[in-house]
Design a protein around this ligand. Sequence first.
Ligand code: MF3
Ligand code: CO
Ligand code: CO
Length: 279
Amino acid sequence: MVTYIEAASAPKKNTGAIRLYDTKTDFAGMHAACQLTARCLDELAAIVKPGVTTNAIDRFVFEFGMDNGALPATLNYRGYKYSVCTSINHVVCHGMPDDKPLREGDIVNIDVTYILDGWHGDSSRMYPVGPVKRAAERLMEVTYECLMRGISVVRPGVRTGAIGQAIQTYAEAERCSVVRDFCGHGVGQLFHDSPNILHYGRADEGPELKEGMIFTIEPMINLGKPHVKVLADGWTAVTRDRSLSAQYEHAVGVTADGCEIFTLSPGGLDRPGLPPLKG
Ligand code: MF3
Ligand code: CO
Ligand code: CO
């Protein structure tokens, strides 16, 4: 059974109840945290290039947070030791920063969550490392379109399954596959909250969306088969067939007639196909 709870009177843990936030005050707090994350992701567009290490990206994300009064939510989260996830090529998600330089032709997902005044701003984008192959570019385009098609169906009265159906239908029509092992999630006062937002399924499945809900949509889309495995480090998820994987993530809040995308890029940089930046 699905239950909803006013966020103001909710216990500070995930009880399975779906928080309903105040669309004025709470959405303003969420917007501020998410815009800090979006600004960080914008800055990274000029930083990601061949030769840069993911450790350097990790340091940048940490420092940018410190400079702006925000803590990276992933740092010491369930034993995770970094300020960011950096998932390269066939890494599906939760790639850990290291000292290996990025190489021309790589595609990397960078996933940042800042906690600002108690609000969790969770978003990720793809970054091409120099020029990339057409197949990689197409995968990024398909994945971004999946995210935006998922967002486009969000409004009160539809079920979470409508998001999954919109994403799966498009991804599979483009001969790509949807990762089943990870999903979007309620977000806001908690990092990972109810409900789960599946990126596949049917419109008549899942809890009904209500005004005031806040959650992420973060489809992981593969060029090959959907199956993943987690490496011995306990975090890094890769495609079993080693095919390329991509992901984009926004945090959204349900409004009376649709949704607000909290993590939109102030610089218009949150989509694929932009020319490489100088800097
Ligand atoms: N930011 C990721 C998400 O979108 C979660 C990363 S958890 C970590 O939900 F521990 F792997 F960092
Ligand atoms: Co997320
Ligand atoms: Co994320």
